[in-house]
Design a protein around this ligand. Sequence first.
Ligand SMILES: [Zn+2]
Length: 583
Amino acid sequence: MRTIRILSMLLVVIVLVACAPVPQMELSFDPSVLRFSGENAYELEEEFVTTFTRRVSGTEQSRLGTEWLRQQLEGYGWNCEFDDWEVINYSKPVQLRNVVCRLPGVDTVDEREILVVAHHDIAPTTIEGADNDGSGVAILLHLAEIFGAEEPPRYTLVFVVDDAEEYGMIGSRRYIQTHPNPGNIIAGLSLDNLGRYYYDKMILESVGQFSGYSPIWISLMIKEAARDVGGLWEVVIKTPVDQALDQAVPISLTDQGPMVAAGVPALGFSAGYPSEIGDEHYRLWHDPDDNMENQSPEAMEQSGLLSEVWIRQLLSMEDFPEESGPYLYFENSESALRGLPLHLIFIVFTGLFFAVSYFSGGRKFEEKINAWKGAVPHFLGLWLPLVASVLLLYLFVEVGILVEYHLYPATTKDPEMLNPDWLAVFLFLIGLALFLAAGRWLVQKFVGEKVSLEWVDYRSFAFLVIGLVGISILIANPFSLLFMVPVLFWLLIRGRKGAGRLLDILFLILGGLMLYMLIYSFGWLILRYGWVFLWMFLNVISSGMFSFQAMLAGTAVLAAGLTLVVNPPGKKMEDLTSGNSKY
Ligand SMILES: [Zn+2]
């Protein structure tokens, strides 16, 4: 306990002294040039969303919509092309199309560009898709009209009206992944959900798709510039807690995601609303009522002006700050925790698991290594069945028991996600049970009486595995270590006998809080699915949205925990722990 107290004090000290200053940003263009008109954008939006209703990816309506968009942008003097490609989604081939338009910069040798995207596709549960994302498309169009009428800009502007945002930012991902040199993209902006009458602030989305988080300068730039211009909505940078959670679960829900993952400083503009609107806002999400009745020229004007400020500010800058790596930004002190001090926290936390592993069992190091070797079969007997059950889900997709998705499963509120396929669930559970039974049986048959380990040896091995997984997370995405915090409950598992074993199982389940937190925050709070979220969770795994590597790591931690309460081969847990007091 004393060590823990000292460690936590050390962490507090690190946080207090280690915060570094952030880049200072200020307005560097004359705001009298701003020209965005909410009325004009509102009219463009109305024309687009009422003419091209039901423009779900791959449909004829979608194709007609992209032709109209191209015509509009070319009419404003931009050079446009279609980028057509095909993906498999809902187990069917789907034709996708981005409309990619460029307004060349004044210096033809300078290949740098400023990228703005909005998506033309809608969720299948929508009709007009006015706010999502007619609002973003209309703002992009009106901005194209404004900049197309001016002298060539300092840097090339690239406006992409992209496809299949709803199925995992596929169009934005396509633009980035086929870009000859993403390093030439100075910054990127996604426009999405920006025109509802009740919006009153701008929220900045910074999450990368599967990795990354946008640098703080790009957020500070728009926040400061908007404040200096005056009369605009407040621009909100998320709180440190939300920044940590966003970085712990790098699953983007808007088009900046793929840009950020590719290292481009990018933001998603998504307007914010008063908290009492929360229920209505959720109701309108991917709903037939997402129509023009709930849009307002005033909201469009605010969102559009902020977008114009974002572009003009970048056009007025000569060089751009360099930043990298995870961080936490503290608005009050205008400083960020990053680099070595931040990593020290992650390293100390991960090191804790190795320390527990080392001090469990109290053997000499060589003996310990032998004990670890002896514990491997018991662990594998639990881990490999879990891995096999993940592979089983991939197989279900191959043979058509589960639907195949390109990247993310279906869309929010999609009937596919709200109506579990019980046959698939049943087959999965049968498979999991059979794999576990087989794993246990094989270990008992081939290792059986050969091992003579004490319970603490299994404990030592389990925390070694958790420590190793911790290192892999530390390297891949350190904030995800947040989900390992509940695993500290497993320190309380003591290999108890009889009724005490229930207590151990309780601690095991409490450690599973990491999973619970994920399911609760996504399933109940963000998607409001309740238990149905478990069905989506299955599809998240089968579609590979959680990568196989991530599943290997997650199941290894789970198996390590199970090692602590499941009877090892050869002996019953009761025999193992009798008279044992070595921990
Ligand atoms: Zn959207």
